[in-house]
Design a protein around this ligand. Structure first.
Ligand SMILES: Cc1cc2nc3c(=O)[nH]c(=O)nc-3n(C[C@H](O)[C@H](O)[C@H](O)COP(=O)(O)OP(=O)(O)OC[C@H]3O[C@@H](n4cnc5c(N)ncnc54)[C@H](O)[C@@H]3O)c2cc1C
Length: 393
C-alpha cells in the first residue's frame, strides 16, 4: 500500500487528510504535527487579547481521525525533508518514508532582520505565543497600580495588516474589563500602531479601511504610517531617531513560511516555494506544497496570492483530488482559485468585510461581525470559525 505523508495539521494539512478520507483513498495516510491539537490560527488574536481561551479554538487531532483506520497521527517535530531518500527527518522518531508528500508546515513570524524584534516583540503565531503575549500584557497592566510607570499602560502594535488590526479591535474591546480587574485608569492607556507603509489594511478599499481606522482611533488607538521600525528595544520601538516607549510591544508585521523549507533545500523565497499549476514542486512529481509554505501566482496579474486560510483550504481540496489522480495513473488538474471575500473583525461586535458572492458587498459595523460569525459557508470565506468545516464529514 502506498504511503501519503502530510506535514502540518493547520488548515491545509487537516483539510487534505479530511478530504482524502472522504474519498476512500487506498493508501496509508500519516499526518505529522508538532502539537497533538489543531488551532484555529484565524482566532489567535482573540486568545492573545483574552476574549477567548485556547480551548475555544483548539481541538484534538487524533480524535478527529480516530474512526479512520488508514490514518495515523504522529506527534513530532519535522526537522527536514530528505528529498533524495523520500523521507521525513523527525526530532524524536526514526525517519518516515513517503511515496507521496503534502508539505503544509505553515508560517512563522517575520522580523525582516530588524534588530531586537525577536527578543523584545511578542509575536502571535501559535497558542504558546498568543498566551505568552497575553500573560505579559496582563502582568504589565496589573503592575501599574504599584509601579505608577506610565509605560506599563502603553502598548505598541507593530504593523498594520490583518493580524495587527484584528488584535487592536479585540484589545480595545477588552480594555475596560482589564481596567476594572487590575485597577488602572482606562483613559491613561496609550495604544500606538506603527506601520512602515503609507496604508493601513491595504487589501480593503480605502473607504472600508478608513472606517476601521476611525473606529479604532475613537477607542484610543494612534496610527503612525510611513514609520519604518528600525530597532526594537526592551521598552521602546525606534523609527530612525524617533522613540516610542511602551512596556508591551506586540510584533505582527508579517509572516514567512516554515524554516523547514530552506533547511530541506527547496528553491524558495522567505521559505515559500512557487508551485506548479497542479500544486506540485517542480522536478518532484510526488510532492505537493500547500498553505503558507507555497506561493501560487494569480494568473490575472502574475503576483502571488496572499497566503490565507481560505486559499489553504482550496489548495487542500485540489491536492486530495490530484493525489487520487496520480495513484490511478490519471492526469492531475490545475488549481484555480476564486477569492470570495475578506472579513476583518474589530472586536466581537464590529468589523469590515469585502465579499464577492452574488455580487460585491462592502460591509462595515455590526453587520460585518455578523457576517464573520454566521455566513453559512464558512469554508470559503476568510472567516474565523473553520472548525465545522474540518470536523464534519
Ligand atoms: C491572528 C491571525 C488571524 C488570521 N486571520 C485570517 C482570516 O481571518 N482569514 C484567513 O483566511 N486567514 C487568516 N489568517 C492567515 C491564516 O491563519 C493562515 O494563512 C493559515 O493558518 C495557513 O494555514 P496552513 O495550514 O498553511 O498553516 P498553519 O495554520 O500555520 O499550520 C501549520 C501547522 O504545522 C505545524 N508545524 C509547523 N512547523 C512544524 C514542524 N517543524 N513540525 C511539525 N509540525 C509543524 C503547526 O503547529 C501547525 O499545526 C490569520 C493569521 C493570523 C496569525
Amino acid at each position: 500500500m502506498k504511503r501519503i505523508v502530510v506535514l502540518g495539521a493547520g488548515y491545509a494539512g487537516m483539510r487534505t487528510v479530511k478530504k482524502l478520507t472522504g474519498m476512500n483513498v487506498d493508501a496509508q495516510i500519516v499526518l505529522i504535527n508538532k502539537n497533538p491539537y489543531h488551532y484555529q490560527t484565524t482566532e489567535l488574536h482573540e486568545v492573545a487579547a483574552g476574549t477567548k481561551e485556547p480551548a475555544d479554538i483548539t481541538f484534538d487531532i487524533a480524535n478527529t481521525f480516530a474512526k479512520k483506520k488508514n490514518v495515523q497521527v504522529l506527534i513530532d517535530e519535522v526537522i527536514r525533508v530528505d528529498q533524495n531518500a523520500k523521507s521525513i527527518v523527525l526530532k524524536n522518531n526514526a525517519p518516515i518514508r513517503y511515496d507521496y508528500l503534502v508539505n503544509a508546515l505553515g508560517f512563522e513570524s517575520e522580523t525582516f532582520g530588524i534588530p531586537g524584534a525577536s527578543e523584545n516583540g511578542w509575536p502571535l503565531i501559535d497558542i504558546d505565543t498568543a498566551m505568552a503575549a497575553r500573560a505579559h500584557l496582563e502582568n504589565t497592566l496589573k503592575r501599574y497600580k504599584r509601579s505608577r510607570d506610565p509605560n506599563d499602560l502603553r502598548i505598541i502594535v507593530c504593523g498594520a495588516g490583518f493580524t495587527s488590526i484584528e488584535y487592536l479591535g479585540e484589545i480595545v474591546y477588552r480594555m475596560p474589563k482589564l481596567a476594572k480587574k487590575y485597577g488602572f485608569p482606562r483613559n491613561q492607556v496609550k495604544i500606538d500602531c506603527i506601520e512602515a507603509g503609507p496604508k493601513i489594511l491595504g487589501m480593503f478599499n480605502q473607504n472600508l479601511a478608513q472606517w476601521a481606522v476611525r473606529y479604532l482611533e475613537k477607542r484610543g488607538v494612534t496610527f503612525h504610517v510611513s514609520t519604518p521600525i528600525t530597532e526594537v528595544r526592551p521598552n521602546s520601538v525606534m523609527s530612525n531617531d524617533q522613540e516610542f516607549p511602551a512596556n508591551t510591544i506586540i510584533w505582527t508585521t508579517g509572516v514567512h513560511g516554515s524554516h523547514v523549507i530552506a533547511d530541506s533545500g527547496y528553491e524558495q523565497k522567505r521559505n515559500r516555494v512557487v508551485v506548479a499549476d497542479d500544486l506540485r514542486v517542480a522536478g518532484q512529481p510526488d510532492q505537493f506544497l500547500i498553505g503558507d509554505v507555497s506561493g501560487v501566482p494569480n494568473p490575472e496579474n502574475g503576483r502571488l496570492y496572499p497566503t490565507t486560510a481560505q486559499i489553504s483550504i482550496a489548495q487542500a481540496d485540489c491536492v486530495a483530488e490530484n493525489l487520487v489522480a496520480l495513484m490511478n495513473g490519471q492526469p492531475t488538474k490545475k488549481f484555480v482559485f476564486k477569492a470570495l471575500g475578506t472579513v476583518c473583525s474589530l472586536g466581537p461586535k464590529a468589523g469590515i468585510a469585502s465579499i464577492d458572492m452574488f455580487g460585491h458587498w462592502s460591509l462595515k459595523g455590526w453587520i460585518a461581525s455578523v457576517a464573520k460569525k454566521f455566513i453559512a459557508d464558512r469554508a470559503v470565506l476568510e472567516l474565523g470559525n473553520i472548525r465545522t468545516m474540518l470536523e464534519s464529514d
